[in-house]
Design a protein around this ligand. Structure first.
Ligand code: OXD
Ligand code: MN
Length: 590
């Protein structure tokens, strides 16, 4: 019997709306999980994979039109439009509730409603937030069991009147015309209907831990960010932590699980993975910034994941993993473009059709076996580099914050901001080439401030102001850097090898944090002296480093113009400090 009156009443109201044939409470037990797996297998919602080769693993396909987050159908529903700001889709709460109510109404007839009480962050920690997700999808339940803390303890922590985010999800007809992802920050409520894609339906993730949490963070004086968190242990056993914001599918998971190059391993360097997608950061009593990862799982992009690009991910997903929209092989294992091993001779593609390599569509384009945004959901605890500080509720102290994106040109491999305010400006004017995690034209450059463009639960101009404020409140601010692993030469070839070799750049960053190395002052920030980037054993073509650090004033002036147009959308609400930094950069560029 639950003691929480408000929770009880809310569930009763939602049951009346959706009309499920029964309500099942999820308790996080293995026994219940097994029952649900069995049931979902019997209906075809999931497929059990080879017990021998992939123990505890399952396969799932989403609807063909439901393979990525639908930003155009995602809304921030605040009383006033200005509270959502110019970068969010906005709907008045009353209209949003009414519209969605029409879709939810009776949508769970002949279905079960599952109630998932979950905690983002360790249950009971003062830094955690509790949510309760109601859903008619076992796939969602099984993913939430991997991604969040689900246990009886969550209800105990909630007690009789604890705060929680009300999360309602229903598949309804999985009709794109009846799909809505609605956030009501002022009601601490999320309604998601008509989708079965992770980013839209695992409501603890983007919806709660970023959109709702960013709103709460502003109110409560902390930061909820789209960031990885990693620790780097040096040869002396000293561990320093970095957080990093990169737009979706720019390699956050790979960076968070980085395996040091041989020469670094020899020196006993090691990386500790705290999180690959979300960081909640607070100023602790020592006046510096500490971060926790509120999640306990990875919802990673499968294509391109192999023992070269991310050996730790390959290890992590060998068991207890849910694979979504990848290629299903006849031996009940899985494959994706860029996976290890030979390309399978045949299989069933992510749409459920027979597949062979080299098949062409009506336009003569290669048909891929796996969708480019196909995913794995796997427990963080299975990652060989998982941090031993995961359950520590204060998290880890952050020495450096990285911003980055995919830029074929313009941005150097790494540069450091002059100070916090300049760093906030660098984050605010971040831009990246679009990837397949978002709908839209691939390759197009879009501004994505702090990689939070699709995830801010309130006005992004106020969010910049909050960042500036946070800097003022800190006694010891992390240093802010920009990194770009994706710069190419005149022939379109990557200038930097990336992956594990990125540790060489992180080493320079940490040396800067420890005041162990100088730098060159340029118009855009501090860049390394070329000899300070360790290239031993790298075989980097001669001249690449010089190209990686070339600052083309003409290109930067063009970028300034693009930034001007982007920043203009915020009108008068943009903090003056951001404009000041823009003007100063213009002056420095001459
Ligand atoms: C993700 C995303 O899935 O950013 O992490 O889209
Ligand atoms: Mn993400």
């Amino acid at each position: 019997m639950i003691k929480h009156k408000k929770l009880q009443k809310w569930i009763k109201d939602m049951v009346r709306l959706c009309q499920p044939n029964c309500v099942i409470w999820i308790d996080g037990s293995q026994k219940q999980k097994k029952q649900l797996e069995k049931e979902a297998c019997s209906t075809g919602e999931i497929i059990r994979l080879s017990h021998k080769k992939l123990p505890g693993c399952f396969y799932h396909r989403t609807a063909i039109n439901d393979v990525a987050r639908t930003e155009n159908l995602t809304f921030i529903c605040t009383k006033n439009k200005s509270e959502a700001g110019p970068t969010n889709n906005w709907m008045p709460p009353k209209q949003a509730y009414n519209k969605a109510r029409g879709i939810f109404k009776g949508s769970m007839k002949s279905r079960k409603m599952y109630v998932i009480p979950f905690s983002m962050g360790p249950a009971g920690s003062p830094f955690s937030k509790i949510g309760v997700e109601l859903t008619d999808s076992i796939y969602v339940v099984l993913n939430m069991l991997i991604m969040t803390h689900v246990s009886k303890q969550v209800l105990d922590v909630l007690g009789e009147d604890g705060e929680f985010t009300k999360c309602l999800h229903g598949k309804a007809e999985l009709d794109i015309k009846k799909r809505l992802i609605l956030h009501f920050p002022q009601d601490n409520t999320i309604w998601s209907v008509g989708s079965g894609y992770g980013g839209n339906v695992l409501l603890g993730k983007k919806c709660l831990s970023l959109r709702i949490a960013s709103y709460l963070a502003k109110k409560e004086g902390w930061l909820a960010e789209h960031m990885l968190i990693m620790g780097i242990e040096d040869a002396n056993g000293h561990i320093q932590y970095i957080s990093g914001a990169f737009p979706s599918a720019c390699g956050k998971t790979n960076l968070a699980m980085l395996v040091p190059p041989k020469s670094y391993k020899k020196k006993t360097y090691r990386v500790w993975t705290v999180g690959d997608d979300i960081a909640w950061m607070r100023i602790d009593s020592d006046g510096s910034l500490w971060a926790i990862n509120p999640e306990v799982g990875f919802f990673g992009v499968a294509p391109g994941t192999n023992s070269g690009s991310n050996p730790n991910a390959v290890e992590t997903i060998k068991k207890n993993t849910i694979f979504t929209n990848v290629l299903l092989k006849h031996d009940k294992t899985v494959w994706w473009e860029g996976a290890d091993g030979p390309v399978p001779k045949k299989g069933t593609d992510w749409m459920g059709r027979p597949w062979k390599p080299g098949m062409l569509d009506d336009y003569g384009k290669i048909i891929k076996g796996a969708h480019s945004n196909s995913r794995f959901t796997a427990p963080l605890s299975q990652c060989p580099s998982v941090s031993f500080r995961l359950e520590q509720h204060h998290g880890v102290p952050i020495s450096a914050i990285l911003f980055g994106g995919r830029r074929a040109h313009l941005a150097p491999l790494v540069y450091e901001s002059f100070n916090w305010q300049h760093g906030v400006y660098i984050g605010a004017t971040m831009a990246s080439e679009r990837t397949s995690a978002q709908f839209g034209k691939l390759g197009e450059v879009r501004f994505d401030p702090m990689a939070m463009l699709p995830f801010n639960g309130y006005n992004t101009a106020d969010y910049f102001r909050h960042w500036l404020q946070m800097g003022k409140r800190m006694k010891k601010q992390p240093r802010i850097f920009y990194v770009n692993w994706f710069r190419v030469d005149e022939n379109g070839k990557f200038l930097w090898p990336g992956f594990g070799e990125n540790l060489r750049v992180l080493e320079w960053i940490l040396k800067r944090c420890n005041n162990e190395v100088g730098a060159i002052k340029t118009a855009i920030g501090y860049i390394p002296k070329i000899e300070d980037i360790n290239t031993q054993g790298l075989n980097l073509p001669k001249g690449n480093l010089k190209k990686l650090f070339t600052i083309d004033k003409h290109e930067w002036k063009e970028e300034l113009e693009r930034q001007r147009s982007f920043l203009a959308i915020f009108g008068d609400s943009l903090p003056e400090e951001i404009l000041e930094e823009h003007r100063d950069l213009e002056k420095r560029l001459g």
